[in-house]
Design a protein around this ligand. Structure first.
Ligand SMILES: Cc1ncc(COP(=O)(O)O)c(C=O)c1O
Length: 397
């Protein structure tokens, strides 16, 4: 990736990378919405334009090179999720699709218990509720609070009466921004033989993630948030021992052993997670996501997480100085990139709309306004957003 060094306010730890050049979005608006849909880095936009031109000029003549790019993407995704096992990573349409692979891949008996939190994004609730309707599975919702977020989940895992078959939680809650201690939860799940499924969309790309070390059985995320890719291409991590155990319900030429050899009559599903990819890959999105993940890995996930934390801390201070009530965790180890806040006596829906009207790109979630800066977000961007907020508050007095 040809990246020059002319950093402005947001210094990259790697002197070869000009983060400022990679993110022109910071010159256009105050972008604080990575927990919804992220802007693309320059390298991603370039990769897509180059691929489009190649398609226009020579079609799929270079298909073998495309396949290599797809393999590079798999390697990078395995690194991003902290797995040594690239063969455990499938490319999927989105988080919901991968959650459905798990939900409809496992065998259920009436009375089996699934534990989720009471504030999950709908994708990580609806799919389990659909099982309740079909198979009589019981969904147990537990509360996650900022004081001790894991306590009720751990109680459920450790309970001798409940005996859940699976827990499915977001690594970082989409509204409150609470980050769970996945190492602790994974260890407890392993000890009690509970399957551990993690909706990782608000975490992967924003922090170090460790599927292998944290004993995660299934993890999934679309690429358009913290991974800085396009919508519609994500990953599905399946621990090796489960790959062949999940029932399949999508079939096609691409998911078999020896895919590409169209003469095979006596086919078998692939031994790897490729068995969850039934047909032609989304190559265009693959080129984009490969470029985005390459940038994140080049910067380093530790550095990414540190910069996000600095940005969070800055926003927290500024918002509190304006009298905001922070609805997200105040303790460093419990938070990632989501800071949600509200003001007493001010309708958050109104405030969100006014911010958007003034180029502060944010979201209206969890009864507050949600800001979500990434590692590249500049001080100027955050200052700009805070200044808009100040004038909106002043206009109401
Ligand atoms: C926690 C969580 N899960 C899933 C999604 C999106 O799911 P999908 O990738 O299926 O669109 C979101 C989007 O906001 C989310 O915050």
């Amino acid at each position: 990736m040809p990246i020059s060094s002319n950093n402005t306010s947001n210094e990259s730890p790697n002197s070869e990378i000009s983060i400022a050049d990679q993110f022109p979005v910071n010159q256009q608006c105050f972008y604080l919405n990575h927990a919804a849909v992220a802007p693309w880095p320059r390298c991603t936009s370039d990769a897509v334009q180059k691929f489009a031109e190649e398609n226009c000029q020579t079609g799929a003549q270079g298909y073998l090179t495309w396949l290599k790019k797809e393999q590079q993407l798999r390697t990078k995704l395995a690194k991003l999720v902290g797995s040594q096992h690239q063969e455990c990573v499938a490319l999927v349409k989105n988080t919901s699709e991968a959650l459905s692979f798990v939900a409809y891949g496992l065998d259920w008996q009436a009375g089996d218990i699934i534990v989720i939190s009471d504030d999950e994004f709908p994708s990580n609730r609806i799919v389990w509720e659909s099982l309740a309707q079909k198979f009589g599975v019981i969904i147990q919702q537990v509360h996650i609070n900022t004081e001790n977020p894991e306590v009720e989940i751990l109680e459920a895992i450790n309970s001798s009466t409940l005996k859940p078959k699976l827990i499915s939680v977001s690594a970082v809650q989409y509204a409150s921004g609470i980050k769970l201690d996945l190492a602790k939860l994974g260890k407890a799940c392993k000890e009690h033989n509970v399957l551990f499924c993690v909706d990782a969309i608000q975490a992967v790309g924003a922090m170090e993630f460790k599927c292998d070390e944290w004993h995660i059985d299934f993890a999934m995320a679309d690429g358009h948030k913290w991974m800085l890719g396009p919508e519609g291409l994500g990953f599905f991590f399946v621990k090796q021992q489960h790959i062949k155990k999940l029932n399949l319900y999508q079939y096609g030429w691409h998911m078999i052993k020896g895919a590409g050899d169209f003469s095979i009559k006596d086919w078998q599903p692939a031994d790897t997670a490729q068995r969850f990819e039934c047909g032609s890959p989304n190559m265009l999105a693959g080129y984009a996501l490969e470029a985005s993940t390459d940038l994140l890995l080049t910067v380093g996930l530790n550095n990414v997480a540190d910069s996000i934390e600095d940005n969070y801390a800055y926003l927290q201070l500024q918002l509190q100085a304006l009298g905001a009530q922070i609805l997200s965790p105040l303790k460093r180890h419990q938070r990632a990139g989501i800071i949600t806040f509200k003001f007493e006596g001010i309708d958050s829906g109104w405030l969100y709309q006014q911010l958007m009207n003034n180029d502060v790109v944010c979201a209206n979630r969890g009864s507050g306004v949600r800001f979500s800066p990434h590692f590249h977000t500049t001080k100027e961007c955050m200052e700009g957003a805070i200044n808009v907020l100040k004038s909106l508050l002043a206009s109401r007095q």
